[in-house]
Design a protein around this ligand. Structure first.
Ligand code: 28G
Length: 640
C-alpha cells in the first residue's frame, strides 16, 4: 500500500464523517425521533440485502437499556480482508467511507432502504459508539468506532465454529446529534413487520430488553406480499377469498403484485422499489394502474357486465376498496421528483403492465365468480362517482354563488390574520353555546356540530358530500378536499377538536380525525390539527380552586393542598358541565390550556391506514385487540 493512498483514504473518511455530523438532516432527514429510528432501518436494511442475496434468513433487532440497539444477522459476515483500493479492511470501508457499498447482496440489487439509503457509515458517524462483530471463516473479528472514527484496528478476538457466520452491529446514537434517544417499540415493530412482508421467508425477531418485562415479536411470512394484503384487510371484510398474486421478470425487472378488494371505499395501494416504499409512485405504479384499468374494462365489456351504454370504468372505480401491493426489484432505480421518491425507470412501467395484464386476464378467465364481484363493485363505484360528481358540482356552484358562504352555525372570529386564528370544532349545541360565550371573539371561531358525525370509513363520497356537518367543516376550513385541497385557502392556524373527556368524546374525536385524515391529511402533516384537553376534575378547598387533567394530577394536587374531608372534588363528565368562565380557563385560554397536536408517522402509511380502518371499521375483534394492546389510541396517533 502506497503511503499517499493511505493518506488519501484517511482524508476522505474524515471529510465524509465531518459532513455527516455537520448536516445530519441531509443524510437521515432529521435529528428528531424519526431520524433516530432511521438509524435502525439503515443497519437492518444492510442485513436485508444479505437476505435478498439468499445468504441470510434471520435478523434480530434488540432494543437494549441505555438507548443501545443491537442488530444481528446470519449472513456471510462483512468481509474482513484488506480492500485493495482503500488499504483497510472491507468492513472498515463499509463503516467509515461515505457512500461505500454500491451493489452487493449477490442478487444484483443494491437495496438500500431507510429514508435516504445512506448506509452504515452515516449511522456510525452519528453514533456515540458503534461496534461491529463478524463471524467468518471460523474467526470472530471486532472493531469499535466512536463518532465514526475507529478506536483501533479490526482485531480477531476469538474463534468460532467454521460453519458459524454473520454480522452483529451494536450502536448508541449520539446525544450530541439527536433530540431524543428513546426508541419506540411500536414504530420499530411496524417497520420490521413491513420489511418481513416484503422479504418472503426472512425471519425478523424484535426484542425489547429495556424493562424487567421483556417484549418481543417475530415476523416471518412465507407468502410475502400476499400475506401483507391479508394483514391490511384484517379489519375490513374481503369481498372474495383469494388474494390475487402475480409475479415475473421482464427486462431484468422482477415484479410482484398482490390484490384483494374489501368492502370499504378507500383505495389502499402501496408501491415499493427494492423494498423502499415509493409514496409518490412512479412508473411501476403507472404500469399497474394502466394494466388493471385496461384489463378489467376489457373483461367487463366482453362479459356484458358493463352495458353498451355505460362509459368506461375509471381507474378509481376499479381501485375503490382495493388493497394492493406492487413490489419490484430493479438493478439501477432512478428516483425523480422534488423529493426523489418517484420511480422514473420506464422499463418498470412496461414490466408491471405486461405481467399484470397477462396474469390478471388469465386469472379472470379462470375465476369468473371473483371476476364478477370485482366488476360489479367497480360498476357500483362508477354510478356512485357520477352521482357524487353531481352533488359536488352542486356544492361547488352554491359556494361560488353565495360568495364562499360560511356555514350558518359558525361563529367566526373577527381577525383576518390567519396566523392568529383558531377554530374550535365542538360537539353538541350546549357546549357550543358555552364556547361561544367563553371565546375570545377576535381570534377564536366556534363551529358546533350537532348529532352523530358521519363515519367516512363506511360512507361513499356521495353521502359524504351530502352531510351537513362535513360540508360545514369543509367550508369553514377553506382548503377544499382531496385533489382540490389547497393549504393557502386555510382560514385558521389551529383546528381544535373539543369533545367531552369520556369514551363518547374520544369516539367523536376519532370520527373527526378520520374525516380529516382521509380528506385533508395535509392539515395533519403540517401540524394544524389539535385536540383540546378539558379537565377531568375540579378540586375545591375553601377558596382554592384547581383543575386536574388526569388521575395522577388529581392525586398530586390532593397531596399538595392536603387531603381533607372538606375538599370538594367534582368529576366532569362533559364540557356542558362547565360554565363559560370555567371552559375558558381550563380548555380555551391559550395561556392556560393544554393542546395536543395531532401528528402521524409518515414513514408508515399502511399501518396508519390500518389504524383508522381498525378503529372505524365493522370488524369487532381486531378493534378490541387493537384497543387492548394500544391502551389508548392516542399513543398510536402520537399526540404531542
Ligand atoms: C447486523 C447488522 C447489519 C452485512 C454483508 C455481507 C457482505 C457484505 C455485508 O459485503 C461488500 C465489498 C468490499 C465494500 C459480501 C460477504 C460478499 C461476500 C458480503 C449487515 C463493500 C460488502 N461476503 N452482511 N456486506 N463490500 N450485514 N448487517 O450489515 O467493499 S453487510
Amino acid at each position: 500500500m502506497a503511503n499517499e493512498d493511505y493518506g488519501a483514504s484517511q482524508i476522505q473518511i474524515l471529510e465524509g464523517l465531518e459532513a455527516v455530523r455537520k448536516r445530519p438532516g441531509m443524510y437521515i432527514g432529521s435529528t428528531s425521533e424519526r431520524g433516530l429510528h432511521h438509524l435502525v432501518y439503515e443497519i437492518v436494511d444492510n442485513a436485508v440485502d444479505e437476505a435478498l442475496g439468499g445468504f441470510c434468513d434471520s435478523i434480530e433487532v434488540e432494543i437494549e437499556k441505555n438507548d443501545i440497539i443491537k442488530v444481528t444477522d446470519d449472513g456471510r459476515g462483512i468481509p474482513v480482508d484488506i480492500h485493495p483500493k482503500a488499504g483497510i479492511p472491507a468492513v472498515e470501508v463499509v463503516f467509515t467511507i461515505l457512500h461505500a457499498g454500491g451493489k452487493f447482496g449477490g442478487g444484483g440489487y443494491k437495496v438500500s432502504g431507510g429514508l435516504h439509503g445512506v448506509g452504515a457509515s452515516v449511522v456510525n458517524a452519528l453514533s456515540e459508539w458503534l461496534e461491529v462483530t463478524i463471524y467468518r471463516d471460523g474467526k470472530i473479528h471486532k472493531q469499535r468506532y466512536e463518532r465514526g472514527k475507529s478506536t483501533g484496528e479490526l482485531v480477531t478476538i476469538g474463534e468460532c465454529p467454521a460453519d458459524k457466520h454473520g454480522t452483529v452491529v451494536e450502536f448508541k446514537p449520539d446525544y450530541e446529534i439527536f433530540e431524543t434517544l428513546v426508541f419506540d417499540y411500536k414504530t420499530l415493530k411496524d417497520r420490521l413487520r413491513e420489511t418481513a412482508f416484503l422479504t418472503k421467508n426472512l425471519k425478523i425477531h424484535l426484542i425489547d430488553t429495556r424493562e424487567e418485562e421483556i417484549v418481543e415479536n417475530t415476523f416471518h411470512y412465507e407468502g410475502g406480499i400476499k400475506e401483507f394484503v391479508t394483514y391490511l384487510n384484517k379489519s375490513s371484510n374481503a369481498l372474495y377469498r383469494d388474494v390475487l398474486y402475480f409475479e415475473g421478470t421482464v427486462n431484468d425487472v422482477y415484479v410482484e403484485v398482490s390484490i384483494q378488494h374489501n368492502d370499504t371505499y378507500t383505495e389502499n395501494v402501496y408501491s415499493f422499489v427494492n423494498n423502499i416504499i415509493t409514496p409518490e409512485g412512479g412508473t411501476h405504479l403507472e404500469g399497474f394502474k394502466k394494466a388493471i384499468t385496461k384489463t378489467i374494462n376489457t373483461y367487463a365489456r366482453d362479459k356484458k357486465l358493463l352495458k353498451d351504454s355505460d362509459e368506461n370504468l375509471s381507474g378509481e372505480d376499479i381501485r375503490e376498496g382495493m388493497t394492493a401491493i406492487i413490489s419490484i426489484k430493479i438493478g439501477e432505480p432512478q428516483f425523480e421528483g422534488q423529493t426523489k421518491q418517484k420511480l422514473g425507470n420506464s422499463e418498470a412501467r412496461g414490466a408491471v403492465d405486461s405481467i399484470v395484464s397477462e396474469q390478471l386476464t388469465y386469472y379472470l378467465e379462470q375465476n369468473p365468480d371473483v371476476a364478477k364481484i370485482i366488476c360489479d363493485k367497480s360498476v357500483q363505484s362508477m354510478r356512485a362517482r357520477l352521482a357524487a360528481r353531481k352533488a359536488r358540482d352542486l356544492t361547488r356552484r352554491k359556494t361560488a354563488l353565495d360568495g364562499m358562504g360560511l356555514p350558518g352555525k359558525l361563529a367566526d372570529c373577527s381577525s383576518k390574520d390567519r396566523e392568529k386564528c383558531e377554530i374550535f370544532i365542538v360537539e353538541g349545541d350546549s357546549a357550543g353555546g358555552s364556547a361561544k360565550t367563553a371565546r375570545s371573539r377576535e381570534t377564536q371561531a366556534i363551529l358546533p356540530l350537532r348529532g352523530k358525525i358521519l363515519n367516512v370509513e363506511k360512507a361513499r363520497l356521495e353521502r359524504i358530500y351530502g352531510n351537513a356537518e362535513i360540508k360545514a367543516m369543509i367550508t369553514a376550513f377553506g382548503t377544499g378536499i382531496k385533489e382540490d385541497f389547497d393549504i393557502t385557502g386555510l382560514r385558521y392556524d389551529k383546528i381544535i377538536i373539543m369533545t367531552d373527556a369520556d369514551v363518547d368524546g374520544a369516539h367523536i374525536a376519532t370520527l373527526l380525525l378520520t374525516f380529516i385524515y382521509r380528506f385533508m391529511p395535509e392539515l395533519i402533516k403540517t401540524g394544524h390539527v389539535y385536540l383540546a384537553t378539558p379537565p377531568l376534575y375540579k378540586i375545591e378547598k375553601g377558596r382554592i380552586v384547581r383543575y386536574a387533567y388526569s388521575d395522577e394530577e388529581l392525586n398530586r394536587i390532593l397531596v399538595e393542598i392536603g387531603r381533607d374531608e372538606n375538599n370538594k372534588i367534582q368529576r366532569y363528565k362533559g364540557l356542558g358541565e362547565m360554565d363559560a368562565d370555567q371552559l375558558w380557563e381550563t380548555t380555551m385560554d391559550p395561556n392556560t390550556r393544554i393542546l395536543k397536536r395531532v401528528n402521524m408517522d409518515e414513514d408508515n402509511q399502511s399501518e396508519l391506514n390500518l389504524t383508522f380502518t381498525t378503529l372505524m371499521g365493522d370488524e369487532v375483534e381486531p378493534r378490541r385487540e387493537f384497543i387492548e394492546t394500544n391502551a389508548k389510541y392516542a399513543t398510536y396517533l402520537d399526540y404531542q
